[in-house]
Write a protein that binds this ligand. Structure first.
Ligand SMILES: *Cc1c(COP(=O)(O)O)cnc(C)c1O
Length: 428
């Protein structure tokens, strides 16, 4: 499909154009392996001399079809699906960094990503500097070291709902010869396409809005194809010098700037770590993508309506959603996401931790869940769940106050959601 279609058309028809008499819906190729007539033919696949499928731990046609759709939606050059958002984040960084390297990451990131970076990848010998996303350009530039290999941030952070100044981060990364990796899970390419603002690689937890129905865990990595690995060849030898585990292939030489990064992640990381998405999950993901543009609009409208209601309520201390002119990130959101941000809001209830817990107990439509971005409204009290191990002082340092409630507005009627919230507030 040519790239000049609008995002709505790409959501519905991207990635797959059936031929005469072929299935209208994408086929689920539920096969671990693929048959060849000769060992010589299969050998060419192993050497990456020919392209084709041989084992679904590395690549599967259903997954590739859905990855191609997301690639078109983001405006990238190549993409791959992974088994989860965590796997996508890990691969996106580990593909270009190893022991002895350093990464700069925004400090307001998803808790799972923070653990992956600060604990697990640190054990692998990679150092991370966590920087306030609202830092000045000078502070950002000062965080770089000679061994820095990438900069990482989230378009809209989960759960803090900070909107990242993508251009500020991209400019700093490029001035130091490294790519900017953006987790675009909350905005989705419907509301923001980070490549248009200078990001080089985009990751997704497709578990969230892309799936949108709480049905399948998954992830995706998309490459813009614009970062010039060869211009900084000394920093990225894995892409610019021969890979002895693939008979001396140099990825940038063989696959060009558009294909090198994703081919390396598939050929090395999928081969060795095996974090492929199942074809069934990819099929469900594609069903979600077909309506993503319609759903995102409604998620955003509902969140904006609920945020407006809460802002005027006497029992609410503070509301965070970038649709509110009072929000610190209103201007950044207007620039990067003029159509809307996401359906997740957060707010603080007067009366502290006890009031927040009591309020949630009275909600009828919003289920208490460790999830967001579902068609069904759900809510979470971080202080008593995801951030339970922290005391009140530690919670404040992490930007999660004890009275904070995270609400992921679903696709129900906004009037019903507001009425439910109003009756729950009345009871506390
Ligand atoms: C949920 C989430 C992840 C992790 O994704 P999984 O699919 O749960 O592994 C990463 N980033 C963000 C912003 C998320 O919300």
């Amino acid at each position: 499909m040519k790239n000049n279609y609008q995002i709505e058309t790409k959501c519905v028809q991207g990635g797959y154009t059936p031929g005469n008499g072929e299935p209208r819906q994408i086929p689920i190729i539920q096969s671990t392996t693929f048959k060849y007539e000769s060992s010589a033919e299969m050998g060419k696949l192993f050497d990456l001399e020919a392209s084709g499928y041989f084992y679904s731990r590395l690549q599967n046609p259903t997954c590739d079809t859905v990855a191609a759709k997301i690639c078109e939606m983001e405006g990238g050059s190549a993409a791959m699906l992974t088994s989860s958002g965590q796997a996508a984040t890990f691969f996106s960084v580990f593909n270009i960094a190893g022991a002895g390297d350093h990464i700069i990451s925004s400090s307001t990131i998803y808790g799972g990503t923070f653990n992956l970076f600060a604990v697990t990848m640190k054990r692998m010998g990679i150092d991370f500097t966590f920087i306030d996303p609202d830092c000045t350009e000078e502070e950002l530039n000062a965080a770089f070291r000679p061994n820095t290999k990438a900069v990482f941030g989230e378009t809209i952070s989960n759960p803090a709902l900070v909107v990242l100044d993508i251009e500020k981060f991209a400019n700093a990364a490029h001035a130091h010869g490294v790519p900017l990796i953006i987790d675009n899970t909350f905005a989705t390419p419907v509301n923001c396409r980070p490549f248009e603002f200078g990001a080089d690689i985009v990751t997704h937890s497709t578990t969230k809005y892309m799936d949108g129905h709480g049905a399948a865990v998954g992830g995706c990595i998309v490459d813009s194809g614009k970062f010039d690995w060869n211009a900084h060849a000394d920093k990225f030898p894995g892409l610019t010098t021969p890979d002895e585990s693939y008979h001396g292939i140099t990825y940038t030489e063989r696959f060009g700037l558009g294909g090198a990064y994703i081919t390396k992640a598939t050929a090395q990381l999928m081969r060795d770590l095996g974090s492929i998405q199942s074809p069934q999950s990819a099929f469900l993901l594609n069903m979600g993508l077909e309506s993503l543009h319609v759903r995102m609009q409604r998620h955003c409208e509902n969140a904006a309506a609920v945020a407006r209601f809460l802002e005027g309520h006497e029992k609410i201390a503070q509301v965070n959603h970038a649709s509110l002119p009072s929000c610190k990130y209103y201007a950044l959101a207007k620039k990067y996401m003029p159509k809307g941000t996401c359906g997740v809001i957060s707010f603080c209830i007067k009366g502290g931790r006890d009031a927040a817990e009591a309020f949630m107990g009275h909600l009828k439509l919003a289920a208490i869940e460790t999830h967001v971005a579902d068609a069904r409204t759900c809510c979470l009290h971080p202080a008593s769940s995801t951030h339970r191990q922290m005391n009140d002082a530690e919670l404040l340092a992490a930007g999660v106050s004890p009275d904070l409630v995270r609400l992921s507005c679903g696709l129900e009627s906004a009037d019903d959601l507001i009425a439910d919230i109003a009756q729950a507030l009345d009871q506390i």
